[in-house]
Design a protein around this ligand. Sequence first.
Ligand SMILES: [Zn+2]
Length: 249
Amino acid sequence: MLTRDEIQIYSQQIKLNEIGLSGQMALKKARVLCIGAGGLGSSLLLYLTAAGVGTIGIIDDDIIEPSNLHRQVLYQHAQIGRPKAEMAKQQLNKLNPTIRILAYSERLSIKNAENLFNEYDIIADCSDNFDTRYLINDTSFLMNKPYVFAAVSQFGGQCAIFLAKNSACFRCLFPAVPSLNCFSSCEESGVLGVIPGMFGIIQATEIMKWILKIADTLPHYLFTIDALTMKFQRLHISKNQDCPLCNKL
Ligand SMILES: [Zn+2]
């Protein structure tokens, strides 16, 4: 059941035919795990919290650094040196005290991934490195959980949603770590502050659509933006016959 307060807070999205009270209840029941509370995580977490997703987990072992602040809009100057997962939780609790937020100040690893994923319905990848992306992909695939991927660098980025056996997986797309410049991390090549914000919001949109079961999510497509030319592309992706994961099962 939704409280009178909740109905008031979410009234503008409850008003949508595609959502209504039942959709809002689905959001309240949903459990989303966000891996990485940096630039992508900042905007994704703010919007999912504001929208009333009932349980949100945040895993990140980093502390806030001065060079994070131009894009990691969850944090404040006075919080430099503090742990991101805890600070994110504090900030998000202020935005929406009616939802449950869990902070894990540790690194995602092969040791904790399965237990952690077990507590959530859908996995948001807001990390910045290929080791973590492969770990998220393989664990979500084997546990049959949707995996929402995004990566950003400089003036652009890409996003996709992988639905375990029902779509291509991250390894179908990237069987090996690409050497392309567009996949270097923000710390290596720099990034315009708004870019991770844009992609975190796109990830949050896809997650809400998946929870609400409305419209098509992005499986089978890689969505890319180049902000310098404002070229938006949706590239079709399909299962790779040579994928070491999809072909193993
Ligand atoms: Zn695959």
